[in-house]
Each structure stands twice: as structure tokens, then as C-alpha cells.
Write a protein that binds this ligand. Structure first.
Ligand code: NAP
Ligand code: GLV
Length: 306
């Protein structure tokens, strides 16, 4: 059995070595145009030429959770697309989001500014019950984030496509549930996949219905958010600010208003990184399960887009 690795903008070599070590029975290589046919591929932003040439592939393993970019390619109908299913990402996402929520709630940016000015001053403690956090997307990452937020006693709301019942979390679902979810939410965390239904979903109409003093944490994809609508709502005072990890164009262009805005915190798409060892172990386990004829988690439904 042959496994080939095709990455754009990332060296395949450590993955070739790691995979070969973890799966000595397989022949592993880094793809080059004209290579022989492989059975499975591990990919990150592969070119269309790769898909067209490797017509014998059974499975395409994406080394990220989101497959929006991959689904833009012309993929044969028989090809199974498999995404990373946690592989060490959910704990990182929980850290990042809890950090952002607590930094905002406890006004740590204000304390930083005060202490840098040599000022010893207190702010009035805020009422936790007024800071309901709404997690959009209750999948592998969203559910872990929602549970982590509960540890700090924030009221937590959740929003998904299908109905869910999670202990202590007020769950909403579907387009009909969105207005009530937003109205019940002050701090919005986006963890939905980017699909035709969710593109531009964080816009003037939706963000203006968050509770006054609302705060936005976008850790999913830049195309979920209409940048100008966020800026207008922050500048009008309806929203208190935002923490953004993902952007419509990455790297974020040097002249983008987000860089300098005093109420926006920017990080370089780093909230939940792909961990090589964990990811290789997960992919090897899945290939072995497929060889045994078993079903695996993380298979993408191209119709749903995630
Ligand atoms: P997942 O397990 O597939 O979960 C997706 C969740 O979104 C599910 O709860 C799903 O609802 C919900 N959803 C999908 N479409 C929806 C819609 N139209 N309306 C309402 N809810 C909808 O995905 P995941 O592993 O948690 O990852 C989520 C996203 O995080 C990825 O797609 C990726 O874009 C992003 N991500 C970012 C980073 C980073 O470093 N910034 C890292 C990893 C992932 P159902 O439960 O009903 O299906
Ligand atoms: C990163 O953004 C991912 O989708 O894994």
C-alpha cells in the first residue's frame, strides 16, 4: 500500500519520516508530478493537478479540521475526504477561547494599560451572569470549548445545525433558532465550518442582535465575518470589541484596519494548531481501520460541506 503526501506551503519531509516510522508496512513518499498512483493521500491545499493525476486514490486525509478549501477542488465522487478529528486541537481551542473570554470579562487589557502607566487602580467587578457566552458550532471543538467555559460558571449557550442536548448548556439549532440564540448571547464564539450556509453569517443583521456590550471571538474562518460590519458595530459602541484568529485574507494585509484597532485583538491563525505526531497517529489508525473494513470518524459529507 502506498501513501503519498502533498502539501502546499509546508515541508512534507517531517511527515514522510514520521508516517514511515509509525506505519512501516506502507510505502510513503512526497508527491511530485508524474508519480505512481497511491492508495491514500495526506494533504494540505493540494493543487488540482494532484487530484487529477492521482485518480486511483481511495482516501484524502486533510491535516486540518476545516475542509472548505479542499472542497473548492474538483474531486471524484468516489474519493473519501477525511478531516482531522480533534488530534490535540480541542484542548488548544478551549485554552484560546477561555483566555479571550476571561481577558475581556476581567478587563485585563485595561489593567495592563493602568500598570504600564504606574497606576494602582481597581475596576468594579462585573456580574458573570451578564456575560452569557454563545458558542456557534457544537462539534468536536465547539463542544469542548462550551464545556471548558462552564468550569468558570459563565452561562453558556450553544448553536448547531441539528438539535442537541448538552447538560447545563442552552442549546439552539437551525435558522429558526438563531435569533433567540443571538439575543441570549453577549460573548459570541464562532466555531462553525465555512459552508455556503455559514459564509458571511457574522454580519450587521446578526451581530447587532447580540446583547449590548457584545464581544466577538472568531476562531473558525475569516469568511464567516463581514469585516466592515464588525468595525461599524464596535465604533458605534454596540459591540465592546473582538478577538480574531482568522481572516478573509491570510496573512492579514499590513494595511488592514484590524491591526491597529484598539478594541480588536489579532492572532495569526494559531488558536488550534495541527500537531504532527497526534495527527499521524490518528491517520494511521484510520487507514488500518479502513483496511479492516471498519467505519471511521471525520468523513466529510460533500453535500453538507463539512
Ligand atoms: P465539526 O465537528 O464538524 O463541528 C461543526 C459544528 O458546526 C457542528 O456542531 C455543526 O452542527 C455546526 N454547523 C455546521 N453548519 C452549521 C449551520 N449552517 N448552522 C449551525 N450550525 C452549523 O467541526 P470542528 O472540528 O469542531 O471544527 C469547526 C471549525 O473550526 C472547522 O471547520 C475550522 O474551520 C475551524 N478551525 C479553526 C482552527 C484555527 O486554528 N483557527 C483550528 C481548527 C478548526 P451539527 O452538530 O448539527 O452537525
Ligand atoms: C485550521 O484552521 C483547521 O481547520 O484545522
Amino acid at each position: 500500500m502506498k501513501i503519498t503526501i502533498c502539501f502546499t506551503g509546508l515541508s512534507p519531509e517531517p511527515w514522510v519520516q514520521g508516517l514511515q516510522q509509525a506505519f512501516p508496512q506502507a510505502a510513503v513518499d512526497a508527491w511530485a508530478p508524474g508519480a505512481t498512483q497511491a492508495d491514500h493521500a495526506i494533504v494540505w491545499a493540494p493543487p488540482q493537478q494532484f487530484i487529477d493525476e492521482q485518480a486511483g486514490l481511495k482516501t484524502l486525509f486533510n491535516i486540518g479540521a476545516g475542509v472548505d478549501a479542499l472542497l473548492q477542488l474538483r474531486l471524484p465522487a468516489h474519493l473519501k475526504v477525511v478531516r482531522l478529528d480533534d488530534a490535540g486541537m480541542s484542548v488548544q481551542m478551549a485554552e484560546y477561547v477561555c483566555h479571550a473570554v476571561i481577558r475581556h470579562f476581567r478587563e485585563f487589557d485595561g489593567y495592563d494599560a493602568d500598570t504600564q502607566a504606574g497606576k494602582w487602580s481597581y475596576r468594579k467587578p462585573r456580574n458573570r451572569a451578564d456575560f452569557a457566552v454563545g458558542v456557534m458550532g457544537l462539534g468536536v471543538l465547539g463542544e469542548r470549548v462550551a464545556k471548558a467555559l462552564q468550569v468558570f460558571d459563565f452561562p453558556v449557550n450553544g448553536y448547531s445545525r441539528s438539535a442537541k442536548n448538552l447538560p447545563g448548556i442552552r442549546c439552539f439549532n437551525g435558522p429558526q433558532g438563531l435569533p433567540e440564540f443571538l439575543a441570549a448571547t453577549r460573548v459570541l464564539v464562532n466555531l462553525m465550518p465555512l459552508t455556503p450556509e455559514t459564509e458571511n453569517i457574522l454580519n450587521q443583521a446578526t451581530l447587532s442582535t447580540l446583547q449590548p456590550g457584545g464581544y466577538v471571538i472568531n476562531v473558525a474562518r475569516g469568511k464567516h465575518l463581514v469585516d466592515d460590519d464588525l468595525i461599524a458595530l464596535i465604533d458605534s459602541g454596540h459591540l465592546a470589541g473582538a478577538t480574531l484568529d482568522v481572516f478573509r485574507t491570510e496573512p492579514l494585509p499590513a494595511d488592514h484596519v484590524f491591526w491597529q484597532h484598539p478594541k480588536i485583538t489579532v492572532t495569526p491563525h494559531t488558536s488550534a494548531r495541527t500537531l504532527r505526531e497526534e495527527s499521524i497517529a490518528q491517520i494511521v489508525g484510520k487507514i488500518q481501520a479502513l483496511q479492516r473494513g471498519q467505519s471511521i470518524n471525520g468523513v466529510v459529507d460533500p453535500q453538507r460541506g463539512y
